[in-house]
Design a binder for this molecule. Sequence first.
Ligand code: AMP
Length: 190
Amino acid sequence: MNIVIFGPPGAGKGTQSKFIVNKYNLYQLSTGDLLRNEIKNKTELGSEISSIMNAGDLVSDNIVSELIEKFISNNKYKNKIIFDGYPRNLKQAKNLDKMLRSHGQKIDIVLKLSVTLETVKKRILERQNQEKRADDNEEIAIKRYKTYENSSLPILDYYKGFDLLKVVNGESTISEINAEISDLIDALKG
Ligand code: AMP
């Protein structure tokens, strides 16, 4: 099973992905984490993208596409991926389908975590204290939320068209969201 977890920054995608990974033996593919690793490891790519990421802008589709292709083409992860942070625009959504198809895979469900801007601001400020991410401050968080809002509708419509979209209330407690997501995934498995 391949899952897309979707939602604005601070929606709880990472937290919920980790829960799903443990419960269903999947692998989390967080494009944000992969990109942050490049910066941490001071790679050439890392130096290219750090100012873009710190400003809260999206890095280029090609860069992210290359990173996820490595996962999708690896048999170890076949039909076991949670995409966290990808796709971020309609082009990426179509690209993801194409890449999966060329490796004999597909997306089975898209889980959208819905949260308000107020909640995003609160959670990002909490995360800032724990993770010290350069893009976790109020101004950049608002920018990232707006970027999400501007690009999410076409993606959501796209997945609705394939009847893959399930909306989850991201304002609930972590364990309530865990339970709702489990029910949705279990229903798929039949
Ligand atoms: P995230 O950890 O998902 O909040 O992503 C942090 C940052 O990484 C984003 O603000 C972007 O700069 C970059 N990023 C992550 N995923 C993507 C993507 N799919 N396309 C472009 N940029 C991305």
